[in-house]
Ligand binder design. Structure first.
Ligand code: ZN
Length: 502
């Protein structure tokens, strides 16, 4: 048996190394590759993807896994069981789907992206509709192959947020709607109470970058095992926990956007750098789900870096860095400015109060598309009606509405809920940390982030894929997914900022 498991380890580590190479190629493509190399790179990556697919669907791998799972399960330790369980899941996801279906999804994904880019530029939803319609058919067919026992939309959600279904998400989202729509309405009535004008102006790019590097390093990003670069869309990638690559973009007239995007990506990066890679390059060391990953980025971006203690520590440095912009401001002015709340059309630019409604709108549309109660052709009208109902605004065109996100162009249905689940988890984790480390906000106000990082390392990062999100959250917070804390956090924070009597 032992040799059989060792044999499996070898195969799984090889797959992990090949994925690391793929990831480095992807980073290179976004960050340093000359624009003329696109076609050649696409072929290189397709060739490598073919090799990885072959390794992942190798019948010998499958036989070994079934053997270990069915005949030797009890002789395996908990970590070994985790590796077998995860590898088996990946193997089944890859092998249960007919090759022509996989091929069509890959083809449609690259063509779909091009069609979407153009349709968005030209504000023509009708051009994108056929791609969306076909993807829906393919994703329903895909779901019937991989999880015939669940509904197709649940199977798609499961890909990003394991074990979380519509039965869990719908009541949580209903509660958020019930609480947040009136909160946003109340904030809107007193919008003038927050003056965000100090965020406008010119901010030298080199100073922005120096500040971003300093804060990222202060909160724990290890530059000896990671890099920070510039790309069109910020992301966190890299080939291994010892090689984590984050990116951002700098805009001369918007210092907060780049700063918060780098803190967000640093949160993702700390999770990656904190993975238990001493256990080998194996499934157990991987990050858990999209929602848990997002909880880590939002923990730093919102719970820490949009809090009063954070500005108590950093206001001086920010003022020194941009003296002309913040001459007349103080820590409280900046805190309030950064936290100003305003309904707008674009999800990625939304503040923490309105963001969940952008997600809920997409979730409800995806649910409707999968259960057949909504038709692709009606989406622009449905989208706009939801925006009006939830945020009180109607997009002037589809570019600022239904065409804004790339997710559907690659068939990523079921992804959006992870953003808001992440925000809820982040809040629950923060509360648990406060319970265990009551003086932590004083530490943050003094710029000591080490105990925060260590707490996250010990509670979340080091567990890799050992537990389900449900078990992990219960273990860290003493309860399961609970939107109540997130709602209380928002109500308390924003009624203070906008002086609301709730
Ligand atoms: Zn993120």
């Amino acid at each position: 048996m032992n040799s059989q498991y060792q044999h499996l380890v070898q195969k799984l580590e090889e797959i992990s190394h090949l994925n690391g190479v793929m990831s480095t190629l992807g980073w290179d493509q976004e960050v340093v590759m000359p624009s003329g190399a696109g076609e050649a790179r696409a072929k290189q990556m397709a060739a490598l993807a073919g090799v990885i697919h072959e390794r992942m669907t190798d019948p010998a791998l499958g036989e070994g896994l079934y053997e270990l799972a069915n005949r030797h399960w009890q002789t395996l330790g908990a970590d070994e069981q985790c590796n077998v369980r995860e590898a088996l899941r990946n193997y089944e996801l890859e092998t249960k789907v007919p090759k022509r279906l996989v091929q069509e999804m890959v083809e449609l994904s690259s063509r779909g992206h091009e069609v979407w880019v153009k349709a968005r530029q030209q504000n023509k939803f009708a051009d994108f509709a056929p791609v969306l319609r076909r993807f829906l058919e393919l994703k329903i067919a895909w779901a019937q192959c991989v999880a015939p026992e669940s509904t197709p939309y649940d199977a798609n959600i499961d890909l990003f947020e394991r074990g979380t279904t519509m039965a869990v998400i719908t009541p949580v989202f209903e509660r958020l709607k019930q609480e947040l729509i009136p909160l946003i309405g109340a904030i809107q009535q007193h919008a003038e109470r927050v003056d965000a004008s100090c965020l406008h102006g010119l901010f030298a790019l080199d100073k922005q970058e120096a500040l971003a590097r300093k804060i990222s390093s202060d909160i724990g990003f290890d530059f000896s095992q990671g890099r920070m670069d510039v790309s069109v869309h910020p992301f966190c990638g890299g080939s291994h926990p010892t090689d984590v690559r984050i990116t951002t973009r700098y805009k001369e007239n918007n210092f907060a956007e780049s700063l918060y995007s780098i803190i967000h990506e640093t949160g993702h990066a700390l999770y990656e750098q904190g993975r238990p890679h001493h256990l080998g390059d194996l499934p157990i060391t991987e990050s858990l789900t999209m929602g848990i990953h997002e909880s880590q980025s939002l923990f730093w971006e919102r719970m820490i870096a949009q809090s009063k203690p954070f500005f108590r520590h950093y206001f001086g440095l920010i003022q020194q860095t941009f003296p002309d912009n913040f001459r007349d401001a103080d820590a409280d002015t900046l805190y309030r400015a950064v936290n100003h709340c305003k309904p707008d059309f674009i999800r990625v630019e939304a503040d923490e109060v309105t963001y969940p409604l952008h997600v809920i709108l997409r979730y409800e549309i995806e649910k409707g598309l999968f259960d057949g109660s909504m038709a692709v052709d009606d989406l622009p009208e449905i989208w706009n009606a939801f925006m009006q109902k939830y945020l009180g605004i109607t997009p002037p065109n589809d570019t600022l509405g239904v065409l804004q996100d790339s997710h559907w162009s690659s068939g990523a249905f079921g992804y959006f809920p992870s953003y808001t689940l992440g925000a809820i988890y982040a809040c629950q984790f923060y509360r648990a940390m406060l319970d265990e480390l009551p003086a932590i906000e004083d530490e943050i106000a003094q710029g000591n982030f080490v105990p925060v990082k260590h707490w996250l390392n010990a509670k979340i990062h080091c567990h890799g894929k050992r537990f389900t999100p449900e078990v992990l959250v219960r273990q860290v917070t003493g309860e399961g997914l609970n939107p109540g804390h997130f709602i209380n956090y928002l109500k308390t924070k924003y009624s203070e900022i906008y002086r609301l009597a709730l």
